[in-house]
Design a protein around this ligand. Structure first.
Ligand SMILES: [Fe+2]
Ligand SMILES: [Fe+2]
Length: 216
């Protein structure tokens, strides 16, 4: 089944209301207009995040939304920079890094909870960003803040996994595929040491698998 159909299925299963579907699809269309690969990555990370939520008995809707929208801020990064495969300059890197805060700004006040999750999706890595988080428009309770942090962490595992095994994995040496479980584990160990146990558990449980990449 193509990714779009899997997404419709997920919307149906989670009984997402029409206005919410339309809102998410509007953002996804803008992402697609900017860069097809980023759009597909967002669909896969959304579905994978939903699977992770199901596996741990968490809020599947929250993780689906966050996964779909996590890179929405890339709509303000020029396509040539997004599609660059090598020779990244410091300036390119700064441009790409802006997507975390831009994504938050695009969703803040509209999908506030999702905005709070996605702004954190690059915070759990050796070079975390953004350095400072924006003030949420809504006042979240400490318990909600804990959930936001946990969901952002799980989202970041799905994101890292998809980036590593999708066809365009030049930043990982271009030789990672779903069969290289040991290589994938090693990447997680190096790049996401704090979440290694979760990644290992999800690999063992078969949740992190290549089924969505195969649809791309
Ligand atoms: Fe990102
Ligand atoms: Fe991503």
């Amino acid at each position: 089944m193509v990714l779009e159909n899997l997404l419709e299925q997920a919307f149906d299963d989670l009984q997402i209301k029409p206005d919410q579907r339309e809102s998410l699809k509007t953002y996804l269309t803008i992402i697609r207009n900017r860069d097809e690969a980023t759009y597909k990555h967002c669909l896969r990370v959304g579905l994978l995040s939903r699977d992770i939520a199901d596996y741990y008995g968490l809020d599947a809707k929250a993780l689906l939304y966050a996964g779909l929208m996590h890179d929405v801020g890339k709509v303000l990064v020029d396509g040539d920079t997004l599609r660059k495969k090598e020779n990244f300059t410091a300036e390119d890197y700064e441009k790409v890094k802006s997507h975390a805060l831009v994504g938050h700004a695009l969703l803040a006040g509209i999908h506030e909870f999702t905005a709070a999750i996605i702004v954190r999706h690059h915070r759990y890595q050796p070079n975390p960003y953004p350095a400072e988080l924006p003030k949420p428009k809504a006042k979240f309770s400490p318990a909600t803040m804990q959930l936001i942090d946990m969901y952002a962490r799980l989202l970041s595992v799905a994101d890292f996994y998809d980036a590593a095994i999708s066809r365009d994995n030049s930043k990982f040496g271009g030789q990672i595929n779903s069969e290289n479980t040991e290589k994938i584990k090693e990447l997680f160990r190096q790049h996401k040491p704090d979440d290694f146990a979760t990644a290992e558990d999800l690999l063992r449980g078969g949740i992190l698998n290549s089924s969505y990449v195969a649809q791309a």
